[in-house]
Design a protein around this ligand. Sequence first.
Ligand code: PGA
Length: 244
Amino acid sequence: MAGNWKMYKNAAETTRFFEQFRGLVERSEHCEIVICPTCLSLPAAVAAAQGSRIGIGAQNLFWAKEGAYTGEVSGPMIRSAGASHVIIGHSERRQYFGETNESVLKKTLAALEAGLTPIVCVGETLEQRETGRTETVIVDHCQGCTSGLTADQFAKILFAYEPVWAIGTGKTATPEIAADAHRVVRNHVRGVYGQASADQLRILYGGSVKPDNIKKLMAQPEIDGALVGGASLDPISFASIVNF
Ligand code: PGA
């Protein structure tokens, strides 16, 4: 279960969140928990999560290790701040910051090299869904974002299926729609890396996941977890998603 905090919570707010959240998920051993704050709040999150089972992730990285790239943060920097995960290719980054399959692939390789677990996001827009291109877009994202990865590298990544029309809109994909999309991802992976890789791949669903819809989503065998935006900002709400 991963929380994507987007551009919310400074360091003090991050610390406060953990004071409450830690106790609420202390006994939640059925899943991994990851929280992805802004880069500036990473050290506060890492400190506040110390000694717990909660992993910390970044929301983006740049593919070079260092250099003249004003405004960017590298994988080794994120790793040295104590993070274990990084979200890559979130649709908001594709939409507002020109992220493409090519940049997502470069960033995925950089994350792996830095020892971070990439959470690679794929998913179609409303227009693509309404014009019957959902499957093509998902396969294109999966293919483009991981092309050339060895089976060993691929085994270290997580996918998040996030239909753009469901993000922050309150419109959750039905569990069946989400499961169908996850099957498209898994079939593609089976074709490229074989049955064992497809079976072990974890695919998170993201898009308006809330405490009141998580149970039905997780009842789908195809859905291995959730990437949660808005509902991860409140400790009680995210804890009840974790403890579905
Ligand atoms: P949401 O965001 O849960 O607020 O829809 C999900 C995401 O963008 O990862």
